[in-house]
Design a protein around this ligand. Structure first.
Ligand SMILES: [Mg+2]
Length: 237
C-alpha cells in the first residue's frame, strides 16, 4: 500500500457497500440456502444444494457479464438468473422464478453480516470525516441493507445507481455524489472492492481511491492505495 500523501487532505470519504462493508457473499449464501430448502428441495430433478449453487453462480456470472456489456438491464437479470437455473433442472415456471428473484433480493437485504472491522473503522472515521455511500443497485434493496445492518447512521449521502440511472464505473455517479455533499474531487477518497467498478470510476471522476483487496488479487489498475483489511484505513486517515 502506498503511504498517504502528506500534501493531501481528504475531506470526504465515499464507500462502496456490497462486498466492501456489507458481507454480500455471506448474506447471499444464507438467503439462497434458506430459499433452496424451503422451496426447491422437495422438487424432483433438483440436485443437492452445492451442485445447484455452482450452476446458479455460473449462470449469474454469465448474466452479469451481459449486464456489464449493456445487453440486459438489472430488472431482467434478477429473475432470469433463477429462471435459467431452474430450467436447467426441468422447471419451466417463469412466475416462480420471478417470485424467487424478488424474494432473494428482499430477504438478503434483511441480513446483517458486515465485515469484521467495518463498524470499528466507521466509528473511527466518522469522527473525522463525513462519510458517504455510492452503490450499484436498487435503491430500496440497498437502503434496507444499510438500515438492517445498522450501517445507515454512519453516512450522510447515500446514492444508488437506480436513483440516477447511472452505474459505477460511469464517472457521472461519482460526480453526482460529490455534488450532493459539496465535495471536490481533489479532497475526496473512494473506498471499494471492485477495481473495474469502484477504482476505475472514481479515478475517472478525479478522486483518489483505496482498493479494498482482501484476497490479495493481482492489481490490474494503479489505485492510489491498496488495503487488505478495512482496519488499515485507521492508520491512513
Ligand atoms: Mg462492491
Amino acid at each position: 500500500m502506498g503511504e498517504l500523501n502528506p500534501m493531501k487532505t481528504y475531506r470526504h470519504i465515499f464507500f462502496d457497500l456490497d462486498s466492501t462493508l456489507w458481507d454480500f457473499e455471506r448474506n447471499s449464501l444464507e438467503t439462497l440456502t434458506e430459499l433452496f430448502h424451503e422451496t426447491l428441495e422437495p422438487r424432483p430433478g433438483i440436485p443437492d444444494f452445492q451442485v445447484f449453487l455452482k450452476q446458479y453462480h455460473s449462470i449469474n456470472d454469465g448474466l452479469w457479464a451481459s449486464y456489464r456489456r449493456g445487453e440486459i438491464s438489472r430488472e431482467v437479470l434478477s429473475p432470469r438468473r433463477f429462471q435459467l437455473t431452474f430450467e436447467s433442472y426441468g422447471i419451466d415456471d417463469p412466475g416462480f422464478a420471478h417470485w424467487f428473484g424478488e424474494e432473494y433480493l428482499r430477504r438478503s437485504a434483511l441480513k446483517d453480516h458486515t465485515f469484521p472491522d467495518a463498524r470499528e473503522v466507521l466509528d473511527y472515521l466518522r469522527k473525522k470525516y463525513p462519510l458517504h455511500i455510492i452503490t450499484n443497485g436498487f435503491t430500496e434493496v440497498q437502503t434496507n441493507k444499510l438500515h438492517n445492518s445498522g450501517l445507515r447512521e454512519y453516512f450522510d449521502v447515500v446514492l444508488s445507481s437506480e436513483e440516477i440511472g447511472i452505474n459505477k464505473p460511469d464517472p457521472r455517479i461519482f460526480r453526482e455524489a460529490m455534488r450532493l455533499c459539496g465535495a471536490l474531487p481533489g479532497e475526496s477518497l473512494m473506498v471499494g472492492d471492485d477495481e473495474m467498478v469502484d477504482i476505475q470510476g472514481a479515478a475517472m471522476a478525479g478522486m483518489d481511491q483505496v482498493w479494498y483487496n482482501p484476497e490479495g488479487a493481482p492489481a490490474t489498475l494503479n489505485s492510489t492505495y491498496e488495503i487488505r483489511s478495512l482496519g488499515e484505513l485507521k492508520d491512513m486517515l
